[in-house]
Design a protein around this ligand. Structure first.
Ligand code: AMP
Ligand code: ZN
Length: 468
């Protein structure tokens, strides 16, 4: 399987670097100071697609996604709400896991919270101080000296000689841009005004970790000094990932990450969806308007991850319509009872479709080509069904193929949604009333079914119920 590596700017084969054959993957997770927005979820859905694809191709994946529960934003929230940090972040932590479930994102092996790894962070900072990669600034905070790491900038292809580097050790910000490139903070000395009662003791005094060191400490502790794949949104590339490389490699002296993978942004009117611009939707905003987790997941995964995705309600409508077409086919295939052998041309068609789907994914997760293979399949199978060329074994084989593809996509409407028995009973009575041309009775029954949240669909195979 080939995957684009941001650092080398080339397509590279994926393979585990360690002898146990396990693929180690680290994905930067949410800051749990609020609900995640669907821009964040574009990145997490892609990472899920990547994880599922790797497993589909036989890799054994060990993945960690961190939860940032200590940073400027969580501390500010806790102080404003006059509650301990843990208590402040807890509802957002729970909400995050609920949202992952709504989007059918697979659980990964580790979800470390930064505050559970403070001793590891302190350990790394001590090492960096010892070997001269870090220093204490006059304000008491500890800074990483980017001059101590000559390949600083290699991920985002920065030329340090061309940039004005402010190495004064007074930039306490975790997030900054290239114009403000500077030594970055590893440990922020305690400031009662900013931090309230929130601090940790350390050999370098009271304080708290900077954001970047959190990911290095958790990744190295849980996955080892060298990891195979590291993912995040493109905004994380600089400075966050650049800083992760510098501080990790200055401690371990080995390559921190073999393969860097960055997801382009979800945008609204060409602007990044973000909390600060206020142009965001949470998943809850969308589900409360009647969209399902599947609609949102389909929309988020259907654009290739290295292309910006412009979010619109029409996009969601289109996702819903695509899923509907697939569901119609699935219900049609399930209803085929005609006995007989599978037509060899149908077997051949299914094998070719599978090949097309897999080779699309193997090429840097070319999801557009994979979905094209899926919709070719939908069209062709409908044609076979129109011609009555599909037998029960053929239809079942096609359904097995869709089930296998869904191990990767995680979004196909394959779950059997039997309507409740009393509604099926009403449907039978409505059919009987229609046969007897008792239309007032059949209308009354239809309304009763509608009010229970189901639609009646008249299909060539007879009427069926579908959840609204
Ligand atoms: P944050 O909580 O801001 O650190 O973001 C968590 C993850 O979501 C990071 O990997 C970000 O790069 C990613 N992210 C943030 N905004 C967007 C967006 N509009 N589109 C795609 N990914 C995003
Ligand atoms: Zn990170």
């Amino acid at each position: 399987m080939k995957l684009y590596n941001t650092e080398t700017r080339t397509m590279q084969d994926v393979h585990p670097s360690s002898s146990d054959g396990r693929l180690r993957m680290y994905t930067c997770g949410p800051t749990i100071y609020n609900f995640a927005h669907i821009g964040n979820f574009r990145t997490y859905v892609f990472e899920d697609l990547l994880r599922r694809t790797l497993k589909f191709f036989g890799f054994q994946v060990v993945q960690a996604m961190n939860l940032t529960d200590v940073d400027d934003k969580t501390i500010k929230g806790a102080i404003q709400n006059k509650v301990p940090l843990k208590e402040y972040v807890e509802p957002y932590r729970i909400a995050f896991f609920e949202d992952l479930q709504t989007l059918n994102i697979e659980k990964v092996e580790f979800y470390p919270a930064a505050t559970d790894y403070i001793p590891e962070m302190i350990g790394l900072i001590e090492k960096l101080l010892e070997n001269g990669s870090a220093y204490r600034s006059p304000n008491g905070s500890i800074y990483f000296s980017i001059k101590s790491f000559p390949s600083y900038g290699r991920l985002s292809h920065l030329n340090l000689n061309e940039l004005k580097v402010n190495a004064s050790g007074d930039n306490e910000a975790d997030e900054y841009d290239k114009e403000n490139l500077s030594d970055f903070v590893l440990w922020k000395a305690y400031d009662p005004e900013r931090d309230g009662e929130i601090f940790w003791e350390s050999p370098f005094g009271k304080g708290r970790p900077g954001w970047h060191i959190e990911c290095s400490a958790m990744a190295m502790k849980l996955l080892g000094e060298s990891i195979d794949i590291h993912c995040g949104g493109v905004d994380n590339m600089f400075p966050h990932h650049e800083n992760e490389i510098a501080q990790s490699e200055c401690c371990s002296k080995v390559r921190f990450v073999h393969h860097w993978v960055h997801v382009d942004h979800l945008v609204v009117d060409h602007k990044k969806m973000s909390k600060s611009l206020g142009n965001f939707y949470t998943l809850r905003d969308l589900t409360s308007r009647g969209w399902s987790g599947s609609h949102v997941r389909y929309l988020l995964l259907s654009t290739h991850y290295r292309t910006q995705l412009n979010f619109t309600m029409q996009g969601l409508e289109a996702a819903k319509a695509s899923l509907q077409r697939i569901e119609d086919l699935i219900l049609r295939l399930r209803a085929i009872e005609k006995p007989g052998e599978i037509d060899p041309s149908i077997s051949l068609f299914l094998a070719k479709a599978d090949e097309a789907f897999k080779s699309a994914l193997a090429q840097d997760l070319n999801v557009s080509a994979a979905l094209a293979a899926l919709f070719d399949l939908v069209r062709e199978l409908n044609t076979f069904a129109d011609q009555e060329a599909l037998t029960h074994p053929g239809a079942q084989k096609a359904l097995r193929l869709l089930e296998s593809w869904d191990k990767v996509l995680g979004v196909l409407p394959l779950e059997k949604q039997e309507a409740p028995a009393h509604l099926l009973e009403l449907l039978t009575r409505r059919e009987a009333a229609r046969k007897e041309k008792n239309f007032s009775e059949s209308d009354r029954l239809r309304r009763q079914i509608l009010e229970s949240g189901y639609l009646i669909e008249d299909t060539p195979q007879g009427a069926r119920l579908k959840k609204q």
